[in-house]
Design a binder for this molecule. Structure first.
Ligand SMILES: *[C@@H]1O[C@H](CO)[C@@H](O)[C@H](O)[C@H]1NC(C)=O
Ligand SMILES: *[C@@H]1O[C@H](CO)[C@@H](O)[C@H](O)[C@H]1NC(C)=O
Length: 168
């Protein structure tokens, strides 16, 4: 048992030696048999590491951002602007996060990314519900008879009932 374990340990040791570098993929990348630092969020990579020099990173400039470590970023991403009609800034862009837009009162975003603002339809005032008493007393023999027991009337039936009353 012990020999088996030691053989296993030896093997895994050899294997790991044989493997290329074990760079921490989140923070590092492999370059010329060594691990080099990725640039931080809010920065972009100006130069990959080489020889003895470490990765050269520069901060994003104003109006640009990078939200994550990413050594493939040669530049920062451009922040989105909230310039469309009836649009305003919900969250300003930072070095590490994009801006978010929202719409002025009376408007709502057309989609999740708030590409445009569309007018909110003013809600039609709802008519007061037709009292069931009226229904049952005046129109007992029509379709309205279905409405006599208020608690048990499902919504669609109630609507049918209201329509019938209006049409009369
Ligand atoms: C890094 O950025 C590039 C370009 O935007 C993208 O294609 C890639 O998926 C990113 N990688 C990671 C690990 O986020
Ligand atoms: C965004 O930044 C502008 C200019 O610095 C500022 O006037 C505005 O209040 C900020 N908006 C939000 C939502 O933080």
């Amino acid at each position: 048992m012990l020999t088996l374990l030691s053989i296993f340990l030896l093997l895994s040791n050899v294997l790991s030696l044989d493997q290329s570098l074990n760079c921490d993929k989140k923070f590092e990348y492999e370059e010329g048999k060594r691990c080099c630092k990725k640039c931080l969020a809010g920065e972009f990579m100006a130069h990959r590491c080489s020889g003895q020099s470490e990765t050269k990173c520069n901060p994003c400039s104003n109006g640009y951002y990078n939200e994550d470590y990413n050594n493939s970023y040669k530049q920062c991403k451009s922040c989105k602007g909230c310039y469309k009609e009836h649009m305003k800034v919900e969250r300003n862009c930072t070095l590490t996060s994009d801006a978010a837009c929202m719409c002025e009162d009376g408007f709502r975003c057309s989609d999740k990314n708030c590409e445009t603002c569309v007018k909110v339809r003013t809600p039609v005032p709802t008519k007061p519900p037709v009292p069931t008493a009226l229904c049952s007393s005046e129109k007992r023999d029509s379709k309205c008879s279905e409405c006599t027991e208020e608690e048990e009337v499902p919504m669609p039936v109630q609507e049918v009932c209201e329509k019938t009353l209006e049409d009369v």
